[in-house]
Write a protein that binds this ligand. Structure first.
Ligand code: 5GP
Ligand code: ZN
Length: 141
């Protein structure tokens, strides 16, 4: 039997921001966004930083729809926040940079981390959606 989603290429144990142990997983087999981060799955990249990649969403919901992901695997916002080490700051900074590079910083944009079933999270590798280029409804559906 193949256990999907559990094989990893590297695991490092570090101390989390609250002193507890944190498991750092660099790549999860069968994770779509780990595949994109590794360059195994094609994506239209718009920006890269040492620990993040930004690429265009395959099914854009706005004229600008870019995803920012950490290269290392974290399941969701809570997991990447718990990992500490400034990674969440780097994702947020890259989202802001994507907005200015794609020309929506002035007109406005939205950054969304869908988390869990009720939010419709489909890919369980944390990602920030950067949406802009048109007026966005509030509240969201
Ligand atoms: P979620 O629903 O998990 O917040 O968002 C996942 C996003 O990933 C969706 O907006 C979806 O369109 C996008 N996506 C799914 N598969 C691919 C892919 O293969 N390439 C790219 N670039 N985006 C994808
Ligand atoms: Zn992943």
């Amino acid at each position: 039997m193949v256990r999907r989603g559990f094989a990893v290429t590297a695991t490092i144990y570090v101390v989390g921001p609250l002193g507890g142990p944190t498991v750092k997983i660099f790549r999860v087999a069968d994770c779509l966004f780990c595949g994109i981060a590794a360059g195994d799955i094609p994506a239209t990249r718009v920006l890269e930083s040492p620990r993040t990649i930004a690429f265009r969403d395959i099914s854009p919901q706005a004229p600008v729809h870019v995803l920012v992901i950490p290269k290392e695997h974290h399941q969701n916002l809570a997991a990447v926040a718990e990992a500490g080490d400034g990674l969440l700051d780097e994702i947020a900074a890259q989202a802001a940079l994507v907005a200015s590079d794609t020309g929506v910083a002035e007109t406005g944009y939205r950054v969304v981390f869908n988390t869990g079933d009720h939010a419709g999270q489909a890919v369980h590798h944390v990602h920030a959606h950067v949406l802009g280029g048109r007026p966005l409804d509030w509240p969201p559906g």
